[in-house]
Every structure is written in structure tokens, then in C-alpha cells.
Write a protein that binds this ligand. Sequence first.
Ligand code: 5GP
Ligand code: ZN
Length: 131
Amino acid sequence: MCIFCKIVAGELPAYKIYEDEKTLAFLDIKPTTSGHALVITKAHYANLEEISEVDLTALALATKKVGALLKEKLNVPGYNMSSNNDPVAGQEIPHIHFHLIPRHEGDGLVNWPKIEYGPGDMEEIAKKLTA
Ligand code: 5GP
Ligand code: ZN
């Protein structure tokens, strides 16, 4: 059983902040910023390809609620919502989860770096994706 399934089963402790029939949210043990929350499905799915449409819908709706909680109860002005999908993208726990990372003016966090496409690259990629 994975770590997050153990939290769902009550075999590992967590600071739970939201729960419904299909989802659970709790505080990340090593937060990027204070209040960093993880929203998970109670059922185990490794990633976005595996998750059912019904559970993905529940996960998205729970994430929206937890985001509102952070704003309302912790006076968070905004947050990043992200998901690391597969180990190469930084996914450490193989159980789908959405991160909600509270952001504050001047918190010093830097968002994604950006690169430039070479000539023709965008066209080629779009062609591959739509072929
Ligand atoms: P990932 O890298 O898979 O996208 O994110 C996994 C997150 O889970 C990390 O931010 C990590 O700090 C958090 N985490 C790992 N183990 C535990 C745990 O036992 N309890 C809690 N609350 N968070 C955990
Ligand atoms: Zn799991």
C-alpha cells in the first residue's frame, strides 16, 4: 500500500483539512509555503492517465474547495495548483495528487522558467500532436 493509501486508511497520521466521499486533503509534511495542501483521491491511481473521469471530477472539485479554504481561512491571496505526473516530472508518491501552494507578495518563489522555440519547432510539434 502506498503512503497516501495508508493516510486514507488511517494507518499513517496526517493533518486532514477536507474530506468527502471520494477525496481527502491534508497538509504537506514538507511544505513549499505555509499551508501547502495535497488533495488526493481515496482510490489509488498512479497518475492522470489512470484516474477515472468520475474521480478526476471529484478531485478537481475538492481542489477548488480547498483553494477557497486557503484563501478564506488563511488569508492567502493566491496559490499555485500543480501536479507532478510521473517520476521524470518530480512525482515522488505514485498516487495522484494536486498540490495547492499558497502564494504571498514577495515570497521569493520563482515560477517555471521559459525557453524560446527554434524556427519551425512550434509548427512541427503541433503537427505531431494533431496528426
Ligand atoms: P510529489 O513529489 O509526489 O508531487 O509530492 C509528494 C508530496 O508529498 C511532497 O511534497 C512531500 O512533502 C509530501 N509527503 C511525502 N510523504 C508524506 C507524508 O507522509 N505525509 C504528508 N502529509 N506529506 C507527505
Ligand atoms: Zn495509493
